[in-house]
Design a protein around this ligand. Structure first.
Ligand code: GLU
Length: 451
């Protein structure tokens, strides 16, 4: 990808800031500060491969803004990661932490790699190598990484161990999303999906929805996509479509989500979970919408990721990567409600099309904030030497998600703006208060004149 295109995702992210600023109490200088990352680090990570050869991987860590607290945000391993994307993700993290009112700024990291091509030992050497390169940039009081796309608790465990070795001091608070025996928090694993689920429960209350009548399509069946599907399915919601990078499946009568999760874990791809030869492939009777499948496997039509986004459903949940709903396909997206579990699935020009169609978009910086909220709980527990029960984590998470959802929903209704603009304005108000409290130029000129 050209550097120009890489930078576009960050510029597009910043556009949302400018749009929201007119609804927030923030001055021009504070806004200007937020348009630029505080610090950017690019590193090369030499890794000895299993066959004895040496490969050098590229990695990034960006700290966008730390006015409200240490920068916070995940590390992703993906072949298409680039600096512009990591900058956008770091900016979104700063807004996300402000949206839920947790005392963190925003950061993000990425390594250019397809982790599926590495052995476990190579993956461990790469994870430790990345920490070695960024050790002086991160820390429990400065910048606290976590899992993101294609990274998980096991990788966070290796990274925490590596950092602790470098510092010669066990430092669990340097990273969140760790395995439970290494200081991870109960309830962190499903927190992103659960946070989105709590947002949908608020919509259910506001709109008087009957779950069994609500059809949902979920793009992306990784950690967050699986958990939000599982929780909604357990409440009776009809999950009619799911997908992953290999493709998706649709079944009007609803999919058997626990079974899909079990099969996805075994077989690694959603497409394999179903009968991929034809849409009329029920092993019992060959019909499309079949209820007679002996295993209870959801027999359904195979669809592409693009088709999934355009399905006639009540709730669309993009839970994969950025830039899925764009100016090209936004006018074909007919779901009246979109809940953004992925970071940045909708571009800013697609927002305008969705808004003119009256689509309600619960924006990423609110809908997927459950993950970082429980990361904050993990960091608090590590520092206080506590361990909270799963129920306590769920209760605290629900309280925060519901409170912030309702505050943003109220601002949206009162100011007659879309929910994304309201969420950004809500975040900007909190960031601006912190910048003000630190001392702005008007503060200094005021103190000069009074002194
Ligand atoms: N990667 C997650 C996100 O994008 C979690 C970040 C964290 O827990 O720090 O929100």
């Amino acid at each position: 990808m050209s550097q120009e295109r890489e930078g576009e995702i960050f510029r597009d992210a910043i556009r949302r800031l400018d749009r929201a600023a007119e609804f927030a109490a923030i001055d021009g200088e504070a806004l200007e500060k937020l348009r630029h990352p505080k610090a950017v680090l690019q590193v090369s990570i030499p890794v000895r491969m299993d066959d004895g050869s040496l490969r050098v991987f590229q990695g990034f860590r960006v700290r966008h803004d730390d006015t409200r607290g240490p920068t916070k945000g995940g590390i992703r391993f993906h072949p298409d990661v680039n600096l512009g994307e990591v900058q956008a993700l770091a900016f979104w993290m700063a807004c996300k932490c402000a949206v839920v009112g947790i005392p963190f700024g925003g950061g993000k990291g990425g390594v250019v790699v397809n982790p599926k091509e590495l052995s476990r030992m190579e993956l461990e050497r790469l994870s430790r190598g990345f920490i070695e390169q960024i050790a002086d940039f991160i820390g429990p009081e400065t910048d606290v990484p976590a899992p993101d796309v294609y990274t998980n608790a096991m990788i966070m465990g290796w990274m925490m161990d590596e950092y602790s070795k470098i510092r010669r001091q066990r430092t669990p608070g340097v990273i969140t999303g760790k395995p439970i025996p290494l200081g991870g928090s109960l309830g962190r694993e499903d927190a992103t999906g659960r946070g989105a689920y709590y947002c949908i429960k608020e919509l259910e209350r506001l709109n008087g929805w009957e779950p069994k009548e609500v059809r949902v399509a979920v793009q992306g069946f990784g950690n967050a996509g699986q958990h939000v599907s599982r929780l909604l399915h357990a409440d009776g919601y009809r999950i009619v479509a799911i997908s992953d990078s290999q493709g998706g499946v649709f079944r009007e009568a609803g999919l058997d989500i626990p079974n899909a999760i079990a099969l996805k874990t075994q077989r690694k791809s959603v497409a394999d979970v179903y009968y991929t030869r034809s849409v009329c492939d029920c092993p019992v009777c060959g019909c499309v919408e079949c209820h007679c499948d002996p295993q209870g496997t959801a027999t359904g039509a195979v669809i592409t990721n693009e088709q999934l986004l355009e399905l006639d459903v009540d709730i669309l949940i993009p839970a994969a990567l950025e830039n899925q709903i764009t100016v090209e396909n936004a006018h074909r997206v007919v779901a009246p409600t979109i809940v953004e579990v992925a970071n940045g699935p909708t571009t800013s020009d697609a927002d305008d099309i969705l808004a003119s169609n009256g689509t309600l978009v619960v924006p990423d910086i609110l809908a997927n904030a459950g993950g970082v909220t429980v990361s904050y709980f993990e960091w608090v527990q590590n520092r206080a030497g506590l361990s909270w029960s799963e129920d306590e984590v769920h209760e605290r998470l629900e309280q925060i998600m519901s409170r912030e959802f309702l505050a943003i929903h109220e601002m949206m209704t009162k100011r007659r703006i879309d929910m994304r603009t309201a969420a950004y304005a809500h975040a900007l108000n909190r960031i601006s208060q912190a910048i003000e409290a630190q001392g702005t130029s008007s503060y200094f000129s005021a103190s000069r004149s009074s002194g």
